[in-house]
Unconditional design. Structure first.
Length: 128
């Protein structure tokens, strides 16, 4: 009878040990899984931030190019007005007006919206 009780105690101890190991493994998995999800979220946020920054860089480049073209046209108009070079004033004025329209379409509020998007993404990234 004693041997049977000892055997049962051993089995119960083994079962308890297995349950503890299973609980520890489950707890470890529960802590690993959110960390993995957080890493994926951070990676996705970083990619979104990089894309938004690239978009802002492209918009800024286009804006700067438009401003340079506008300045060159203004210089040509000034030189033509002073008789330094011979250009059709009407043609130059038409070009200047076209550039002004392009500059209006290259809306600076769009750049600000992209900057705000980057800031929001970086805030979310830093919270993780």
């Amino acid at each position: 009878m004693m041997e049977l009780e000892k055997l049962m105690e051993k089995q119960i101890a083994g079962i308890n040990d297995m349950e503890r190991k299973n609980d520890a493994a489950a707890l470890q998995q529960a802590t690993i899984q959110p960390q993995a999800n957080t890493a994926v979220i951070k990676e996705n946020n970083r990619a979104a931030i990089d894309r938004a920054q690239y978009e802002l860089q492209q918009m800024t480049s286009r804006w700067n190019l438009l401003q340079q073209n506008m300045q060159q046209l203004n210089n040509l108009c000034d030189a033509g007005g002073k008789g330094l070079i011979q250009f059709s004033p009407v043609l130059l004025e038409n070009q200047r007006c076209k550039l002004l329209e392009q500059m209006k379409r290259c809306d600076m509020t769009a750049q600000q919206a992209v900057r705000n998007k980057i800031a929001a993404l970086e805030n979310r990234f830093n919270e993780l």
